[in-house]
Design a protein around this ligand. Structure first.
Ligand code: ATP
Length: 319
């Protein structure tokens, strides 16, 4: 089997709200695939369908080769899931949390002990194994949750907003572990995020989802190339002429030059501007934010995306 996930025309309604509206995509085995979109776009609902927690109203999905509705039990055996809301028992130690999860999946004895040690070591939590989770930082809890989801050696790992509420350093660390899980164990990773930098740095391929529909799909580079050009800004001392043969706009002493490849175009641009004293040069490459803006007319981060993150982080500190 070539694909870890196949989703065909998934639809999910909640009363009048169409949370997922005809979603179709495929995730190859061994891929890190990201669902990028603002809050309320339908990401969590899609994860819930793929992880057998919700039945779609229409459409079909296969995960690890099994139908999520007709073969839900088989699917559950082959997936690991980390949901948005923390699900650790904070009164128990890291070891105890893993132990209970392992037992629920039918592991016991030597095998259970070995698996616990393996994931604790992989996530650098071994020396904290006997500490009560209540005293763990947000980043350590996330790592433990991912570790727990891997106890039964799933083929596909689902992560719903894996770094929401974490500080930048902990986020980068969690990304490293996610990469490691994917590269060292060959586990397919499906993650949702509203952070474009997370999708950009972590995912081989991304589907951008908005209002229940996928509006673009591809590698981060492909998506950025879709909206085209890179921009060179040149500020000169006196008002310059636009260099010939370039797509160029002028705002007083600032030239805004659109090119396919800024690195290659720069020498020529500089040569054509030799009569002028250059004060500043800047290059802007499109980001996934620009892609979202181009496709929807709205900014990805506009919709209070981080407000919930702050609430969640606060909630976590109180636990
Ligand atoms: N159980 C439910 N009942 C009613 N409406 C729901 C339910 N679950 C989700 N929705 C609605 O469906 C839409 C999609 O929600 P979903 O949680 O899938 O989005 P999301 O992209 O994951 O955003 P978030 O990151 O905030 O969870 C939203 O309008 C949401 O309010």
């Amino acid at each position: 089997m070539e694909y870890a996930i196949v989703a065909e025309n998934l639809v999910k309604r909640f009363g009048p709200i169409v949370a997922v509206n005809g979603v179709t995509f495929k995730v190859k085995k061994g891929e890190r695939f990201g669902f990028l979109g603002p809050n309320g776009a339908g990401k969590t609902t899609t994860v819930h369908i793929l992880t057998t927690l919700l039945k779609p109203d229409e459409g079909k999905a296969l995960v690890a080769g099994h139908d999520v509705v007709k073969e839900a039990r088989e699917v559950r055996k082959k997936i690991g899931v980390v949901f948005q809301d923390p699900a650790l028992d904070t009164h128990l130690t890291a070891y105890e949390n893993l132990y209970i999860h392992g037992r629920l999946y039918g592991l016991r004895g030597k095998e259970l002990k070995e698996r616990i040690e393996e994931v604790l070591k992989f996530f650098d939590l071994y020396e904290h194994k006997d500490r009560v989770v209540r005293f763990f930082s947000g980043g350590m809890r996330r790592r433990l949750e991912i570790a727990r989801a891997l106890m039964h050696r799933p083929e596909v790992l689902f992560l719903d907003e894996p770094t929401v509420g974490l500080d930048p350093q902990s986020r980068a660390k969690v990304w490293d572990y996610i990469r490691g899980v994917n590269e060292e164990f060959g586990i397919t990773v499906f993650l949702t995020t509203h952070y474009m930098d997370e999708a950009d740095r972590l995912c081989h391929r991304i589907a951008i989802i908005d209002r229940g529909k996928i509006i673009a799909e591809g590698s981060p580079d492909e998506l950025k190339r879709m909206i085209g050009k890179e921009i060179i800004y040149v500020k000169t001392e006196i008002e310059p002429k636009c260099p010939e043969d370039f797509e160029c706009e002028k705002k007083d002493n600032l030239l805004i030059i659109k090119v396919e490849n800024a690195a290659r175009a720069l020498p020529k641009v500089m040569e054509l501007l030799t009569p002028y004293k250059i004060l500043e040069v800047n290059v802007k490459r499109p980001t996934l934010d620009d892609v979202f803006l181009e496709l929807t007319g709205r900014e990805l981060r506009e919709e209070g995306a981080d407000t919930f993150g702050i609430f969640r982080a606060a909630a976590r500190r109180w636990m």
